[in-house]
Design a protein around this ligand. Structure first.
Ligand code: FDA
Length: 515
């Protein structure tokens, strides 16, 4: 196929023919750029990724049935077209809907069924469902069953759970990927595999190594967890004038060691002080305790009395209400979590983010340097999150799943800069700012490799070539995300996808494509 126009015509012809053979109706499934819904279907969470990509997908395909996906795989192999699979569309770099070479988007939004087995304490969840829909459905069945995964309810199951899935209960129940007990995955031959037929190597790889490199995930079977009927939340904010630097410094010595029922997450940003009118730093200790307030208070008194937590700061609620609380939706009904549009709850924004792991507390002067960076970007623009590890995050060995960030990490850092209008030069300024901050943090964070969280995808860490990528080139980013598990991921990839059919800028390379 020579030109993009030819590519588009041939692909459309191929997929239309396949749909005729399958007796499938292409309306509401195949969208060409001429279709009125194409542009709105393409939009996803990060406007930056879409704005910097020049190539648009030849087609957007939103299948309802597995045989329609098989048709996409068939045409894509026949014509050498790349497939970008999208579940919730929250990829930080937009890799599920952008590409430098001709591609189609396989959007899994219609794969959204969820079935809960309360006796077995399990759930089968299709990849196109969102975290919010999963949480909502579990809560409809039980007040004491739950699932441990991310905070943002619009995030998709497919990308999030296959890439890790850290949330407010991870210190007690670890990450989402640790609770996958079965999966359905389509390989490059269009075969649908489950845990038994894919084998333990491939099943290992999709529990933290991401789905992208290995096939098209259709569904996960998840082990649910048990939570108390009543949990407690609080969000205590302190400014520099209220001793924020000392508190953040002290937090580093207790956050990973405190009772694992308690997650004290820290959100740091620059704000204008209401009292003094000056710019200051706000440190918000946003926390979940899996229990009642009367149990929480003595723990805080003993381990972190400096914060001065009192009963009036705390609210008792059900687990599902805590989901709304942490998503910034505390006045909404849980029904909002059912929202079917992946971006229907929150405004779309332009953003760039990066991550780090901290193994030794950052000294006071190191923290003060972070404050300077936050001030540079102005009020409410940039945010640095400290997410505590320890507890259940430390119980598994580094090689249990591809998610390697286990014992020894005190906390994970998430740096983010967000803006709403694409003014001239703004993108470069913001991206430069976050790169400078990342550079500044070098002495304070993990080394050799400098670890990063795969779900906080960052193309600055390194990228594959469009065709042949050497091990050396891919290991630059691969060792950061996966540590020593990267080598096993390469072995699995080589075995299950030797032709490197499933690939993107940060997919695991196949050995056969090294030379
Ligand atoms: P998307 O559909 O964009 O896919 C992400 C990647 O997975 C892409 O490479 C895609 O091709 C691949 N993929 C998707 N579906 C697939 C499938 N069915 N088969 C094979 N490959 C597939 N993380 C976290 O751990 N805790 C948190 O609290 C949050 N919070 C959060 C908030 C917001 C606003 C954003 C934008 C992101 C987060 N994240 C997060 C990060 C999130 O976990 C990460 O972006 C996930 O990859 C998103 O999964 P989606 O399915 O939504 O993304």
């Amino acid at each position: 196929v020579s030109s993009a126009q030819d590519h588009s015509t041939y692909f459309l012809q191929c997929i239309t023919d396949q749909f005729v053979i399958l007796n499938s109706d292409p309306s509401n499934v195949i969208y060409t750029p001429n279709n009125a819904s194409y542009a709105s279907l393409l939009l996803a969470q990060n406007l930056r990724a879409a704005s910097t990509s020049t190539l648009k997908p030849l087609l957007i395909i939103t299948p309802f049935y597995a045989h329609e996906i098989q048709a996409v795989v068939y045409c894509s192999k026949k014509l050498g077209t790349q497939i970008r699979v999208r579940s919730g569309g929250h990829d930080y770099e937009g890799l599920s809907y952008t590409s430098q070479i001709p591609f189609v988007v396989l959007d899994m939004r219609n794969f959204r069924s969820i079935s809960i087995n309360t006796e077995e304490k399990t759930a089968w969840v299709d990849v196109g469902a969102t975290l919010g829909q999963l949480y909502y459905t579990i809560a409809r069945h039980s007040r004491t069953l739950a699932f441990t995964a991310g905070v943002c309810p619009t995030v998709g199951i497919g990308g999030h759970i296959s890439g890790g899935g850290y949330g407010m209960m991870s210190r007690k129940h670890s990450i989402a990927a640790d609770h996958i007990i079965d999966a359905r995955l389509m390989n490059a031959d269009g075969q649908i595999l489950d845990r038994r037929s894919m084998g333990e190597d491939l099943f290992w790889a999709i529990r933290g190594g991401g789905g992208t490199s290995f096939g098209i995930l259709l569904a996960f079977k998840l082990e649910l967890i048990t939570v108390p009927e009543t949990v407690t939340v609080f969000n205590v904010s302190k400014t520099l004038e209220e001793n924020a630097t000392d508190l953040v410094h002290r937090w580093q010595y207790i956050a990973d060691k405190i009772d694992e029922n308690l997650t004290l997450r820290l959100f740091l940003k620059s704000i204008r002080s209401r009292m003094h009118g000056n710019m200051t730093i706000q440190a918000s200790f946003t926390s979940l305790y899996l229990g009642r307030v009367q149990e929480l208070l003595p723990i805080m008194q003993e381990k972190f009395s400096e914060l001065g937590l009192i009963e009036q700061d705390c609210t008792e609620m059900s687990w599902i209400e805590s989901i709304l609380y942490f998503a910034g939706l505390k006045d909404e009904s849980p029904d909002i979590l059912r929202c079917t549009s992946p971006t229907g709850i929150f405004e779309r924004v332009y953003f760039k983010a990066k991550s780090d792991y901290v193994r030794k507390p950052i000294p006071m002067n190191g923290l003060i340097g972070i404050w300077r960076f936050l001030h540079e970007e102005g009020e409410n623009m940039a945010e640095v999150q400290f997410s505590p590890y320890g507890g259940a995050m430390s119980i598994y060995s580094e090689s249990k799943t591809p998610f390697a960030h286990r014992a020894g990490n005190i906390f994970m850092i998430h740096y983010a800069i967000t803006w709403t209008r694409p003014k001239n030069g703004e993108l470069e300024n913001h991206v430069n700012w976050i790169r400078r901050l990342y550079n500044y943090m070098t002495p304070y964070v993990s080394k050799n490799p400098r670890a990063a969280y795969f779900n906080y995808r960052d193309l600055d860490l390194g990228m594959n070539n469009q065709s042949n990528t050497s091990y050396a080139q891919a290991s630059v980013w691969g060792l950061k995300y996966f540590g020593n598990n990267f080598n096993r991921l390469v072995r699995v990839k080589t075995k299950v996808d030797p032709s490197n059919f499933f690939r993107n800028e940060q997919s695991i390379p196949s050995l056969s494509s090294w030379y």
